[in-house]
Design a protein around this ligand. Sequence first.
Ligand code: ARG
Ligand code: ZN
Length: 486
Amino acid sequence: MITTEPRGALVTPPLQQPARRPTPRRRGAVVAAGLPAAVVALLAAAAGPAAAATTGSSGVGDPYFPLAGNGGYNVHHYDLTLGYDPKTRHLEGRAVITARATERLTRFDLDLKGLKVTSITVNHAKAAFRRDGQELVVSPRKALRKGQEFRTTVTYAGTPGPVTDPDGSLDGWIPTDDGAFVAGEPQGAMTWFPANNHPKDKASYDFAITVPAGRTAVSNGVFRGQKTAKGRTTFRWRQSEPMAAYLATATVGTFKVEQYTAPGGLKVFNAVDPREAAASAAVLKKLPSVLAWESTLFGPYPFKGAGAIVDRAPQAGYALETQARPVYDRAPDLSTLVHESAHQWFGNSVSLTTWKDIWLNEGFATYAEWLYDEQHGGQSAQKTFDALYASPASSDLWAFPPADPGSGAHIFDAPVYSRGAMALHKLRTAVGDRTFLRILRTWASDHRDGHGTTAQFIRLSERQSGKDLDQLFHTWIGTKGKPSKP
Ligand code: ARG
Ligand code: ZN
């Protein structure tokens, strides 16, 4: 038993069958789109320092997604005004992006895939632009000085659709029968707004999303009200804490809306596809107690808003921890709710600097599921660990080291989720419950609204425990194959 005592009121009834959550279901793993690591590294290098002089680079140098994000500036705020018609699937958008140049810039890139750009201004002056794959290359009339804050307005329209990820899954703007399921991990944000599309660059967001009356547009953060005129309703949302672009959503559908203030003052906004309402009601009711329980373990909940978007989106086949308000492709089970909730601390508030570190998100959210089971009448984390360790050496679980998936094609595979959680369990048993929880809480508070790396997590664990943990981490996240002892 872990040493934090769940307060009586927070204890939920034992789970009937502690449902194990498989790694996200994907449509057949297509590896072809993934470039060999060496090529990717070359591309990243080519896009890097040489091109960065005054033109901004076409990527932030992520070896798994070399074109993701851009160099030369940091975004502070996105102000997105969108209109979507589910019938025609037409999207109209205007993005006002406030950023600061980190070097002198005669041009810079944004990421935008598909859609037609009709005009761009930088600091209110018309700017020249061209498209090059996912790169939207902007040349402001006047060069931007290093350190200058500048405002880019992009007006665009078209029929958005998802991208296919290296692992074969769909991501981005995914049309549904009544709207769109919008989930952007790892790349899909660029399918619906121009962005510095990498978690390295976090920003605050405002959204105004207009849809036909009767439909609801749900986004991140806090709900700021709705207004209907001439048969169309505009929904306003504000995500004030920094957010990575992949965590933005503008999910549209016919939804039943539920709003309430949870004990402690947290504002909850749920939007549920009526076809999923019966199946999700019991689990959704537990959201406040799940967040309260996670707060006792991980520290204060990091955001102002909370809630859930329960859609019916078989095309997606996975849920995503969209900031403050996860989006579910179907009625979630309790483990999935616990998982996406834990991401609010691990992945959302504390972000990745490189996709290679994805176990810092998925291993942690998976371990939260184990802890939840353990503290709510399910099986102990040790039992869950033991059951996984019993997997044969030939199992996919041991296919690669959690901290080195090798390419974007494997970032959502079993070693990242399950073996990542096993590594945390090994850490817990090595340092003891009290220190383990202190490590998790310190991680969440030291890096709140920021970033964390695997190396930093190892250093923190060693500092907090006073132990040399190199061998433990090397074995559990740094080597492939089944470790010889559990
Ligand atoms: N982070 C999500 C989760 O673990 C999974 C997202 C999967 N995305 C994808 N494109 N396959 O809940
Ligand atoms: Zn996850």
